[in-house]
Design a protein around this ligand. Structure first.
Ligand code: AMP
Ligand code: GLY
Length: 428
């Protein structure tokens, strides 16, 4: 099978790493990829929203399977673009239709969906310019803290947790009146704050059946002890100790099954990954958000943990045999620790040479996935905020985290920073 992965971060490096292991994988292309994916397959210099470029690439290389990493092209309709064109309709594109991708692309759409299907989530209301004053009154009467969410995609920055009414009102005004996130914040969802521990569960669906392919806990804040600004994710662990049989049963019965049934009953075309962002509130699961793709850096722990052949699994999602696949996981514990550029998630400099990559690649039980990296003068240099992540396995989460951190200590670039407390809540 010829495969094209769309994207160029750590998630796509992990996808390339996993798919290249399949004996069904003949030729692997990554658009645009990064120096990490270049060592596994062929990078093609096409951006993720260049559908014409991706189509030409797919036809030239007789691509059979396309896996779309990031949400942008999905929300922009890449699935429909390929499925509606006779020349490309035969290609198995993994990702929901644009309509179904609204589960991630519009917070209001996903809240309505959850409400229609009785899926537990935070209480909410939505406001636009038309009922702005009502929104102001709603905020004033709301318990603290208050969560404000820009309806549309805002590159991970559209959620504000306000601890005073003043702060909430200022953010509300910024979003709606001053169009802080452009069109994405013309509608704002205001919701109840859920207290608990977050966990992400990943499923693959063909719109009818599903398979759970893993779960992980992501550490989103830049600072140790979960302090400071939100980032794309500073590290992950899997499995998560509280994800025991009892909790998983609740997640499946109350959240995953009704979601897939909802997708089916509403005739949403969805062949792809579903990312359930959950909050464990004293043992009861609630949905914080849906994403219509894999997480980053969650993918960098769930794919190493997954034993099942991913290419076969994605083929099964296309040919109606998904329910027959047997999902197997490694018994080891996995952790990934992300190294970022100094200053991230604020401003940071780029183009610093990365040293020690090959040494750390030789540490047993460690995989280094590249994210924001690029080539310059035959060297691998920093190109993004999140630069690379070391994934390790161990007998315990603690051991896996230690091995990942040790691997990172072999790597150097100017300003490099990583959290040394990933998995801190879990003793073993
Ligand atoms: P999102 O962009 O939807 O992933 O939200 C970003 C982060 O905000 C989440 O990962 C949570 O940490 C937090 N968050 C979102 N909604 C809530 C909520 N209702 N209660 C508490 N925290 C929330
Ligand atoms: N790590 C969170 C995300 O991928 O959205």
């Amino acid at each position: 099978m010829n495969i094209l992965i769309v994207g160029g971060g750590g998630r796509e490096h992990a996808l390339a790493w996993k798919m290249a292991q399949s004996h069904h994988c003949d030729n692997l292309f990554i658009a645009p990829g990064n120096p990490g994916t270049a060592s596994i397959g062929t990078n093609v210099a096409i951006e993720v929203n260049d559908f014409v470029g991706l189509k030409n690439c797919a036809l030239e290389n007789a691509i059979d399977l396309i896996v779309v990493g990031p949400e942008d092209p999905l929300v922009n309709g890449i699935f429909d673009y390929f499925s509606k064109d006779e020349a490309t309709a035969h290609i198995n594109v993994i990702g929901p239709s644009a309509e179904a991708a609204q589960l991630e692309g519009s917070k209001a759409f996903s809240k309505h969906f959850m409400q229609r299907h009785g899926i537990p989530t935070a209480a909410y209301a939505e406001f636009t310019h038309a009922n702005y004053e009502e929104g102001v009154e709603y905020i004033k009467a709301h318990a603290l803290p208050i969560v404000l969410k820009a309806d549309g995609l805002a590159a991970g920055k559209g959620v504000i947790i306000a601890f005073t009414h003043q702060e909430a009102l200022a953010s509300f005004e910024e979003m709606i009146q001053n169009k802080q996130f452009g069109e994405a914040s013309s509608k704002v969802v205001i919701e109840q704050f859920l207290e608990g521990i977050e966990v992400s569960v990943f499923a693959l669906t063909d719109g009818q059946s599903y398979q759970i392919i893993g779960h992980a806990k992501d550490y989103k804040r830049i600072g140790e002890g979960d302090t400071g600004l939100n980032t794309g994710g500073m590290g992950c662990v899997s499995p998560v100790p509280f994800m025991d049989k009892n909790f998983m049963q609740k997640v499946e019965a109350r959240i995953i099954k009704p979601t897939i049934q909802g997708i089916q009953s509403e005739n949403l075309v969805y062949k792809g990954f579903v990312f359930f962002g959950l909050m464990n509130c004293e043992g009861e699961p609630y949905v914080i958000e849906y994403n219509c793709r894999l997480g980053d850096p969650e993918t960098e722990v769930i794919l190493p943990r997954l034993q099942t052949d991913l290419v076969s699994l994605l083929a099964a999602a296309d040919n109606g045999t998904l329910q027959d696949v047997n999902i197997e996981y490694q018994t080891a514990a996995f952790a990934t620790v992300m190294a970022v550029s100094g200053g991230y998630p604020g401003n940071y400099q780029k183009d610093f040479t990365i040293q020690g990559l090959s040494e750390s690649a030789n540490v047993p039980g460690v995989i280094v996935f590249q994210a924001g990296t690029g080539f310059k003068d035959n060297a691998i240099v920093t190109k993004g905020g999140r630069v690379l992540t070391a994934t390790a396995q161990g007998n315990t989460l603690k051991e896996a985290v230690e091995i990942a951190q040790n691997a990172l200590s072999n790597i150097q670039f100017e300003g490099m920073y990583f959290r040394r407390d990933i998995g801190y809540e879990f003793e073993s």
